[in-house]
Design a protein around this ligand. Structure first.
Ligand code: SAH
Length: 460
């Protein structure tokens, strides 16, 4: 059978009408049934497009000129939106962003999980979907003898020199610029990743949204940091909200941002933040949700789905610094957390003490190893909460969960595809997914977070 040739060629300019959106937020238009994916195009729009990549069954294009704009199109407030790889959908009205994310979750449930009948609720969004991020990590480079700090351009390691990032809390923005300027003044060289030379690799800033405490982390290739004391003093004096200045040393030629060794240059080795009534100490390497306003919405949903009465034993797998565990602790008999990063587990233990919570225990280890061990010890949780990274739960963990037969499972996920895959395994293991509530933790980007509620199927 003769293969059908794609109806377009590379570098060709065409007129295209858009019908749909991908999960990443790219527009989809078809020519003779052949789909072209075009970033920043919206359904209903007619536009001039340059074909930039042609594959057998689909291609990619670049938006040149929109002739008929969608009423959903808005002017992105960020100057570098079209170059930066950080946000994908600032050009979309916020309600459309939420609708797109709900559809993304529904599609994953249907196509990957074969869960056609599970209700996926409308996404819980933010009142003000800007300036929400509490953490920024910017690579540092050199241009014309000056230091630059900014995000990478899409699909490259070119640093975009930017004045402000509109999804960052103001203090993060200000501190990045301040540290860049002060480091430049004291002649600190930027890291050169091609040759693994130079010194300053990344500046990381974290702000406790509710305390306004600021932590600055200087990630360096070398242990030596010239003019370290002057640098630290100047940051401290100019910015009293800075409570912690830390150096992390990463000598390796790698994309991983932080290295093993961390030393405190000044102040404490953590900052504080609160979620609801609970106070958290957060150290440089610990995972902490980046959108505290929406984290509260997320955890309240998890609490609701856990249906706690005060008598339950609960497992919190992938617990980080114990945020979910401690949020639930007041309403349970006992909560057991497990987390692979030792620093995070130390934070979790310290956080339990800080809040005078005595019914939470935390363990360092891989959830997939600790859970079967807990089971062997005879632990029978009534509720299991999981909140894994993007790759989802390990199969061994899912197996242990199924064997432990808890009454309820609350699955928090930042990736609808792996969520749907794992829900299918849990369904086949005797649980029923009652509902899924997406929460918009990452406005202006195509990411979406979900809380799902599962119950053990009762045999009648
Ligand atoms: N529930 C926490 C953290 C969720 S992020 C919160 O809401 O803040 C996922 C966490 O899983 C991270 O802290 C990561 O370090 C941890 N992690 C990754 N792989 C793991 C594994 N195999 N076992 C246990 N924890 C793991």
């Amino acid at each position: 059978m003769a293969k059908k040739k794609p109806p377009v060629q590379k570098n060709q300019t065409i007129e295209l009408t858009f019908e749909d959106l991908t999960h990443e937020g790219d527009g989809v238009g078809k020519i003779e049934g052949y789909p072209l994916f075009v970033p920043y195009a919206l359904p209903g729009e007619k536009a001039k497009v340059k074909v930039i990549k042609v594959k057998k069954n689909f291609g990619f294009g670049k938006l040149l000129d929109v002739h008929e704009a969608s009423p959903e199109r808005v002017e992105p407030p960020c100057d570098v939106f079209f170059q930066c790889g950080g946000c994908q959908i600032q050009h979309m009205r916020y309600q459309m962003q939420l609708d797109m994310k709900q559809k993304q979750v529904k599609d994953a449930m249907r196509k990957i999980g074969h869960l056609e009948n599970v209700p996926v609720h409308p996404v819980k969004g933010m009142k003000d979907p800007w300036r929400y991020r509490n953490k920024v990590q910017m690579p540092v480079g050199e241009r014309d003898g000056r230091l630059v700090a900014g995000f990478y351009q899409k699909r490259s390691h070119n640093i975009i020199d930017m004045d402000t990032c509109v999804v960052q809390q103001e203090s993060n923005d200000r501190m990045i610029e301040a540290v860049r300027r002060i480091a430049e003044r004291y002649g600190i060289e930027a890291y050169d990743e091609d040759n693994n030379r130079g010194i300053l690799r990344h500046i990381m800033v974290r702000t406790g949204q509710n305390t306004q405490d600021v932590m600055v982390v200087l990630v360096t290739r070398t242990k030596e940091l010239p003019n370290k004391d002057k640098l630290v003093n100047e940051i401290r004096e100019a910015y009293p909200s800075v409570k912690s200045i830390v150096q992390n040393i990463n000598p390796k030629q790698t994309n991983v941002i932080m290295g093993k060794e961390t030393t405190v240059l000044w102040g404490e080795e953590y900052i504080y933040d609160t979620i609801g009534d609970i106070k958290f100490a957060i150290s440089p390497k610990s995972f902490y949700q980046i959108n505290p306003t929406q984290t509260k919405v997320l955890y309240e949903q998890a609490l609701d789905y856990a249906e706690l009465t005060g008598k339950e034993q609960v497992v919190d797998a992938y617990c980080g610094i114990g945020t979910i565990s401690l949020f639930l602790a007041q309403n349970v008999k006992k909560v057991y957390g497990v987390e692979v990063v030792p620093e995070a587990v130390s934070d979790a233990k310290a956080n339990a003490k800080l809040n005078k919570i005595e019914n939470a225990e935390f363990y360092v280890g891989e959830a997939e190893k600790i859970m079967p061990w807990w089971k062997a010890q005879g632990l029978q949780p009534d509720v299991i909460v999981v909140d894994p990274p993007r790759k989802g739960c390990d199969e061994e963990l899912l197996k242990a969960m199924i064997e432990m037969k808890p009454e309820r499972i609350v699955y928090v996920s930042c990736n609808p595809s792996t969520l749907a895959r794992d829900l299918r395994i849990l369904e086949d293991g005797g649980f029923e997914t009652k509902e899924v509530q997406p929460v918009d933790m990452f406005p202006q980007t195509s990411h979406v977070e979900c809380v799902s509620w599962l119950k053990k199927v009762k045999l009648t």
